[in-house]
Design a protein around this ligand. Sequence first.
Ligand code: NAP
Length: 248
Amino acid sequence: MDEAIIITGSSRGIGAATALLASRRNYAVCVNYRSNRDAAQQVVDAILKQGGRAVAIQADVSVESDVIRLFDSCEESLGKPRAVVNNAGVLESQMRFEHMQVDRWRRVMDTNIIGTFLCAREAVRRMSTRNGGAGGAIVNLSSGAARLGSPGEYVDYAATKGAIDTLTVGLAKEVAAEGIRVNAVRAGFIYTDMHASGGEPGRVDRLKDTIPMRRGGSPEEVSEAILWLLSDAASYVTGTFIDVTGGR
Ligand code: NAP
């Protein structure tokens, strides 16, 4: 029997690639999205076409009641999740720090930090052997920005990824003896829509010469690291990071 996985923000980009690979690795996939229903349905259709099981569930990860509904709906349609990927993330227009407004910080922190916290909490409540669960694995999407800080572009976004790194280390230790592994993937410059939301769709190509491998990465390359961390092949791995950054 396939195990259920929740991948937040899997209507597009890295999340969508992870959903497709998870299905090929025999997971039943809960494809979460915030507003792009058609894109989420396309991911579900592609999974069904390759013989897998999937459902699309709308939920804003920054809203507590949405996250609880997301996990409940997953349980009802696919079974109790054994894996959760905290992938949903946002950034806003590139600008210097002193020009940023407090509303922007709250939006970025709401999705990236509160969203990750809420989904990780819900995962622990349902997966921890201490709570009668069967264990599982969580992978959080961090970024090379957590190490580099994104100066002049989005220091706020980078700081949310720093918070996710600290959550990963602390939560991993807290639940290590309860059957749950918690790790993170720090992605580098990956070809997705995200850069357009920062106001520069061509950002990866502009910056690719600063990457030791001299190219941007694909969502599929990131999904391979995520699926490895979730797999039994990583059974003794927790509280750690894989950088998928082309050496940056
Ligand atoms: P993307 O292409 O912009 O897609 C973002 C996804 O997140 C979409 O599925 C979107 O849903 C969903 N989403 C946004 N806010 C949400 C919310 N509040 N609740 C639920 N879903 C929400 O992003 P991406 O580039 O694939 O990035 C995925 C993750 O990797 C993010 O955490 C990002 O920070 C991280 N990352 C990306 C890069 C990169 O270069 N791309 C580098 C480092 C780290 P809708 O389709 O409904 O809008």
